[in-house]
Each structure stands twice: as structure tokens, then as C-alpha cells.
Ligand binder design. Structure first.
Ligand code: AMP
Length: 113
């Protein structure tokens, strides 16, 4: 776990925690792209969605279910929100510890850049 998210999981650098359970940690993005911008990461280090296998299906579902929970905790469940998982270079992934973005608090444009 050599990424910045590994350091957050080990408590070596701080985060603004939104939610935590046995398998995931959710915290505010340090450079928010919307009034609400939360990252959900698995405690297990998987580099990205492309590295996930069928053995991770329950975890992937749990991450998605956590997004719904985070949206409610942040008060954007009624107004709406977007979940994004960037994967690989063309997907715009910059931290290679799998994470789901939860964005909301303003109308979001489409298509993404
Ligand atoms: P991605 O480009 O999809 O890999 O997303 C990585 C995200 O991690 C970006 O939105 C960054 O702003 C965010 N990020 C990087 N370092 C930190 C940190 N120390 N705490 C919170 N978010 C971070």
C-alpha cells in the first residue's frame, strides 16, 4: 500500500472522514470538484477497477452501497449525485488504489471532459 490512500489508511496522513466500516473508508477529496466530493476506498489494496476479479464482486457492491449512504450523510440524496470510478490513464486515474468518487451539491455537466 504505497499510495497516498495507503498512507491515509495507516493513519500516516490525515483525512476528513465521512464514513468507515470494516471494509471501506470514505473521506472528503482534498481538491473537491463539487460542493460535495467524497472518495470511498476499500481497506484492501486493489490498484483499480481493472485489477478487480470476480472475488471482489461483493466488495464492489459494498462500495456502491456505501455511495448511497455517503450521499445521505452529506445531504445530497434528494438533490442527486454522481458516482465515478476513473480507471487507467485514459480514464483519468491518478491514484492507483481503487476509489469511487461521490460528487454532488450542484448540477453536474454531461458529458465529462
Ligand atoms: P483519480 O484521479 O480518479 O485517481 O482521483 C484521485 C483523487 O484523489 C483526486 O480527486 C485527488 O484530489 C484526491 N486526493 C489525492 N490526495 C488526496 C488526499 N491526501 N486526501 C484526499 N484526497 C486526495
Amino acid at each position: 500500500m504505497t499510495t497516498v490512500f495507503g498512507k491515509i489508511l495507516r493513519g500516516e496522513i490525515p483525512c476528513k472522514k465521512v464514513y468507515e466500516d470494516d471494509t471501506v473508508l470514505a473521506f472528503d477529496d482534498v481538491a473537491p470538484m463539487a460542493p460535495v466530493h467524497v472518495l470511498i476506498i476499500p481497506k484492501q489494496a486493489i490498484a483499480g477497477l481493472n485489477d478487480a476479479t470476480t472475488s471482489h464482486e461483493a466488495l464492489l457492491g459494498h462500495i456502491m452501497a456505501t455511495a448511497k449512504k455517503v450521499a445521505a450523510l452529506k445531504g445530497i440524496d434528494k438533490s442527486g449525485y454522481r458516482v465515478v470510478m476513473n480507471s487507467g490513464a485514459d480514464g483519468g486515474q491518478s491514484v492507483f488504489h481503487m476509489h469511487l468518487h461521490v460528487l454532488g451539491g450542484r448540477p453536474l455537466g454531461w458529458p465529462p471532459g
